[in-house]
Ligand binder design. Sequence first.
Ligand SMILES: CC(C)(COP(=O)(O)OP(=O)(O)OC[C@H]1O[C@@H](n2cnc3c(N)ncnc32)[C@H](O)[C@@H]1OP(=O)(O)O)[C@@H](O)C(=O)NCCC(=O)NCCS
Length: 172
Amino acid sequence: MRPGMQARTLDVHQARGKRMMTATSNSRAIRGQPSHAMVGAMLEAAGLPAADVSEEHLRNFFYAPYEGSALGLVGLELYGHEALLRSLVVTQRERGKGLGLALVHHAESYAASRGVRSMYLLTLTAEPFFKRLGYARIDRSQAPSSIKRTSEFASLCPESSAFMVKTLYPSG
Ligand SMILES: CC(C)(COP(=O)(O)OP(=O)(O)OC[C@H]1O[C@@H](n2cnc3c(N)ncnc32)[C@H](O)[C@@H]1OP(=O)(O)O)[C@@H](O)C(=O)NCCC(=O)NCCS
């Protein structure tokens, strides 16, 4: 088993102690590689960029399954020691129950297992959420070239988006 594979399944209850999700036990797992249709529909519903998501991207996307659909998802673009965390979304009804937190933790753990040391992201509306998770806002000029080349950075996310970074440490 590849390092980090064990991180593909995570009980979201671990993320929030007693504040459990109300959905069935199916929703407790976070799985890899959602379908293109599922990702497109969820991102569009949340007003997040979907146009550039390719089949290749989906290899590093994760979702919380529920009855053939998903309660939430998150994506990563991996560039060696750097990565872009993107496409974090939780369906309206499931917000505030710890799933967003669980998805970010899952993405961070997976990224760290793949050698990522610096996780970057852009967000218009969730800066306080990410700040609580240890992300710090930095100037866009500080972005490494790998991140500057991403579609999200280069064109899809508005200039007014907060650009944030967090240092990841190898687990274990
Ligand atoms: C941001 C988002 C993923 C959070 O998902 P969630 O499942 O509601 O988050 P959680 O339940 O894990 O929240 C953890 C904590 O962060 C807080 N929080 C959630 N969203 C927040 C936000 N936008 N701003 C500030 N705090 C937020 C929660 O209130 C909770 O705090 P608590 O522990 O004191 O109760 C969800 O609101 C969402 O899908 N937003 C729309 C898409 C988006 O903005 N994505 C980010 C761009 S990449």
